[in-house]
Design a binder for this molecule. Sequence first.
Ligand code: GLY
Ligand code: MN
Ligand code: MN
Length: 435
Amino acid sequence: MIQQDEYKQRRKQLMRIAGEDAVVVLPATPERFRNSDVAYPYRQNSDFYYLTGFAEPDALLVLRPGAENGETILFCRRKDPDKEIWDGPMAGQQGAVADFGMDKALDIAELDETFPELLIGRERVFYTFGLDVEFDHHLMNFINELRQSPATRQAAPDEYVSLDHFLHDMRLYKSRKEMSCLSTSARIAVAAHERAMRACQPGMHEYELAAELHYEFNRANCGPAYQPIVGSGDNTCILHYVRNNATMHDGDLVLIDAGAEYDGYASDITRTFPVNGRFSSEQRAIYDLVLAAQTAAIEVIRPGSHWEEPHQAAAHVIAEGLIDLGLLTQSLDDVLAEESYRNFFMHKTGHWLGLDVHDVGDYQVDNEPRLLESGMVLTVEPGIYINPNDESVDPRWRGIGVRIEDDVAVTSRGHKVLSKRLVREADDVEALMAS
Ligand code: GLY
Ligand code: MN
Ligand code: MN
């Protein structure tokens, strides 16, 4: 778990970047309802959680660097004993100060009266427009009111800076504690994948394997970081397949893409394995090729490599392999130049990983691929998907989809695979399924 002193350090760092004439404004994610009065499971906004560790809705963080009467202010719900009977404990203003290290906490119900004065004398507002349209309007109204009143006109903010750029750059570099959360998240996901592999039998449904994943997440006090993908047979070729309702047949592959969320931090792991425990020769050929591509991509991950290098390494191996198998007929140079491997490998080799499964952080700096640095965490996930209706390939290959995905931290010496305890080699997959 991330401790309060780390959240405090993050707020301090952001305030240093924003500067003394700034005010940072960040609302919590609103609670949303799925039907009638049944709410979706609440998930805090990742930026908000990164700066507070505060998981309640109806909250607003305001940072005022250098302010003598309170630099960090949290608006949150007033403690309500009647509501607590139904929904359990709330932090309230006292808890926000005592347990979440805020300088001050105010009642969110009194936002209209107490928020505008916090903007007075601050030139620049760090706020990301467009994410919470309702609050965008509130904020503009508050500022317009200050502008229209002769008493506050001079002291109203008049510059807006998106918070994303600075905050997301901070989030890209993981601290030691964040690395530990990401490792824990990966460890729980590894156990979930192992459980599903062991449980798999022809005749079961995809959702029965999904249930094994959820069981393992829940018993570790986690949920999934995203809806698990459990696709068998032709469904292995549907990249974001989440119906998970087909029967799994003898002779099919099944692809599971599933990760846990531990204290907000995601893992994102994919394995593909034979429903009956033994790869066919075609399945194995594609599997070994994807594995070789993944190994090549992981090998180039070290400080100083650039963001595109793992993808280039994977694409090169896959292009060569598809030619060797007769699935592509051009020369290697042509396949790479025209990217015709994209008929079979149509996504990128990875993305940043953190509080969001597709985590924040720029992939380009000054129009160049970003250089990898120690503390960054990314997925490495090449795949080959042979469309079941692709009449240009020999029928024996059709409907085979394989992705292998692991979570990799860039370290000062190179890299560390956070999910490395999960079997990867085809023989080891078969051995685990038989155990
Ligand atoms: N699980 C989503 C992805 O692999 O990017
Ligand atoms: Mn994934
Ligand atoms: Mn991924």
